[in-house]
Design a protein around this ligand. Sequence first.
Ligand code: SAH
Length: 232
Amino acid sequence: MNCLSILILGILVWAGASYAQDDNYSSERETMVKQQIEYRGITNQPTLKAMTSVPRHKFVPSNLNDRAYDDGPLPIGYGQTISQPYIVAYMTAAIDPEKEFRVLEIGTGSGYQAAVLSEIVSEVYTIEIITELYNSASERLRGLGYKNVICKNADGYYGWEKYAPFDAIIVTAASEYIPPPLIEQLKDGGKMIIPVGSPYLNQTLILVEKEGEDLTTTSLLPVRFVPFTRGK
Ligand code: SAH
């Protein structure tokens, strides 16, 4: 091999390696965490770590891969959206997730929020009402090796009695009120985060804390979520 072919080979290997690196979007992910999440005041380390490692581009339609780390929600089909990265981080941090937690999510969507939780807590139970989204999200989560996520195709209004009570509940669709079964299925001392308000308008992200018979609700942030639908 002469010098020129060694040089060309070297350039090809280098280009291949940098392409592979770009393809994983790891630098975009780090920038997202720094500029959109830490910069806005989120300090919960497990949340930051999970947001740095979950490949968000694998949870959006392939034609939107390059926009997966943008500062906003994206469409995932069937009129639904994957939430803005900051909102996913905000909701995750709000439940103060701990390793041994068992968490219920209502609104699996793409499965992204479930994947972020699964990197932090021991078990994630997630319910999706749209069968096609349930199918694609459960397949995606399995394919990516998220073994501690259990998916169900149902109306999340009723929670998941079989695995209750939960240390925390995250609802990712906007409801006009807090579904009573979800309050019941929250552990004593547990936290729920839910967008409450009129569908198609702005809602408020509410933190619900349960202490025995007492419920404390705290309004946290104005948000806009897709509606919580009923009936399956
Ligand atoms: N957490 C998702 C984004 C959720 S979008 C993600 O990380 O991608 C809200 C989802 O809630 C939609 O997929 C919608 O179909 C679902 N949803 C709405 N009402 C529901 C209900 N009653 N039970 C379960 N899922 C519901």
